[in-house]
Design a protein around this ligand. Structure first.
Ligand SMILES: Nc1ncnc2c1ncn2[C@@H]1O[C@H](COP(=O)(O)OP(=O)(O)O)[C@@H](O)[C@H]1O
Ligand SMILES: [Mg+2]
Length: 458
């Protein structure tokens, strides 16, 4: 199995697509699973939120396996918002992946391949590992250099001798070129608290020691300061990593192809990961779980505009739902009865009947003006935008007339307009102006119809 310490993964990257939903902190239910009108960033849509609350309960008790959730409702009625809220309710370490049904169509990759990858990105694996590390504040550091083997005029670090101090003891260790280079490369010097992995030699600086002379003198230093570590210098420590099955697949595939190769000829980023690798990863993860070294956190795979999936994709998802390592699958659509893509069959929501049979369906409804006003108010606060009453009223009308999503977009645009005019606060004029400049869907459709014959058609 590949080393698990070398993944430059930052989960934050994956969550950026939900920018419009940052105000959603949960479903906003009380302890009896009743929706509180305004809570956790959620407003109105009580029935759907309560339904989602029950579903979360089922998920937590492990009773939703083999099923999926369908969110059905007009555009801008909070389908995505509810999916985000469900993932928030499931816990902190739960991955949330959002994709559109149209994303499975690519000229380079198979549809099922794209879906498998999405599914594996949604399964979080929390790995606990005991590692032997040398840990302490560096009290003395000597790096020995030697002439470069290919260029004798240059000197390179050859070995290092350093003394580490904890509250309990002081120990001097000697190490080779790789550790010396890491220390030089990351600017580690006396006064730093470091961790050196006893086996792999990876060096991590934790910050400046508060007890060191450097830590004491640099008052305005922004570097992190931490107390001198307790205990012995050489100790066993538990490390926790949050990865996903997709991360583990990648590490495994890379280590199989040999990292030297990819070092010279670039990484194998777009290379498809074969089934064999995935099976090996599943096997390994299951072993870790059995040994108590890992915990699985199934996340949420949210597929927006799911009516764009075709029969092949639906049957693949159906099969995936029955397997062991599977996330919560949420499909959203704004279609009524429509053709299932790739067939002549008409069906509710554009989904195959057997899938609908195995789903819990939650409907979202259009908002009243009061809810729209409240959601806009929350969004304004979230985006740190000031807005006066007249402008809020105007935006609320826009939201009621076209869609909430359009109103939320106009809010950010109106803020930009106000800023351009040198104002801190959005006023009525700003909303009027951006509403004039931009189109909602109906306006766009009308416009296109009107000038149809003059627009270019290929
Ligand atoms: N009940 C709600 N409470 C708070 N914000 C909401 C609610 N419903 C929708 N929103 C927000 O309004 C905007 C549009 O909703 P969205 O979830 O994108 O609708 P849909 O996915 O149904 O098209 C988003 O910014 C969303 O976070
Ligand atoms: Mg949506």
């Amino acid at each position: 199995m590949a080393s698990i310490r070398e993944v430059p993964t930052s989960p934050a990257k994956r969550f950026e697509r939900i920018g419009a939903h940052t105000h959603i902190k949960g479903l906003g239910l009380d302890e009896n699973l009743h929706a509180v009108k305004i809570k956790d960033g959620m407003v109105g849509q009580e029935k759907a939120r309560e339904a989602a609350g029950l579903v979360v309960k089922l998920i937590k008790e492990g009773k939703l396996s083999g099923k999926c959730i369908i969110l059905a409702g007009p555009p801008g009625t909070g389908k995505t918002a509810i999916a985000v809220a469900i993932s928030r309710e499931l816990g902190e370490n739960v991955p949330f992946i959002q994709m559109s049904g149209s994303e499975i169509y690519s000229s380079e990759r198979k549809k099922t391949e794209i879906l498998i990858e999405a599914i594996r990105k949604c399964i979080g694996v929390e790995i606990h590992e005991m590692r032997k590390v040398y840990e302490g504040e560096i009290v003395s550091l000597n790096i020995n250099t030697a002439p470069h083997p290919y260029n004798p005029y240059q000197r390179v670090p050859e070995s290092v001798r350093l003394t580490l101090k904890t509250k309990e003891e002081e120990k001097t260790i000697e190490a080779g070129a790789s550790i010396a280079q890491q220390i030089l490369g990351s600017g580690i010097s006396e006064g730093h608290v470091v961790q050196i992995d006893a086996e792999t030699g990876r060096v991590v600086s934790l910050g400046l020691s508060l007890e060191s002379t450097k830590g004491k003198t640099y008052d305005v230093d922004t570097r992190r300061k931490i107390p001198r570590p307790e205990g012995k210098v050489l100790k066993e420590k538990e490390f926790v990593y949050m990865l996903t099955l997709a991360d583990l697949d990648e590490i495994n595939a890379r280590s199989r192809s040999g990292s030297f190769f990819s070092l010279l000829f670039g990484g194998s980023e777009t290379k498809e990961i074969d089934t064999e690798v995935r099976m090996a990863v599943d096997q390994q993860v299951k072993e870790w779980v059995d040994q108590g070294k890992a915990f699985i956190h199934p996340g949420v795979l949210f597929i927006d505009d799911s009516h764009l999936l075709d029969l092949e994709a639906f049957s693949f998802l159906g099969r995936a739902m029955e397997s062991e390592l599977v996330p919560i699958i949420i499909l959203a659509t704004n279609r009524g009865v429509t053709r299932i893509r790739g067939t002549d069959v008409k069906s509710p929501l554009g989904f195959p009947i057997d899938l609908i049979d195995r789903a819990v369906i939650i409907a979202t409804h259009l908002y009243d003006a009061e809810s729209i006003r409240e959601i806009l108010r929350i969004r304004a606060k979230e985006e740190k935008i000031e807005i006066d009453d007249e402008a809020l009223e105007k935006l609320t009308n826009v939201g009621a007339k076209s869609s909430l999503r359009y109103a939320v977009q106009l809010l950010s645009l109106a803020a930009q307009n106000a800023k351009a005019k040198g104002r801190e606060k959005i006023v009525g004029k700003d909303v009027e102006r951006v509403d004039e400049l931009f189109m909602d869907v109906t306006e766009a459709a009308e416009y296109l119809k009107k000038y149809e014959e003059r627009l270019m058609v290929h």
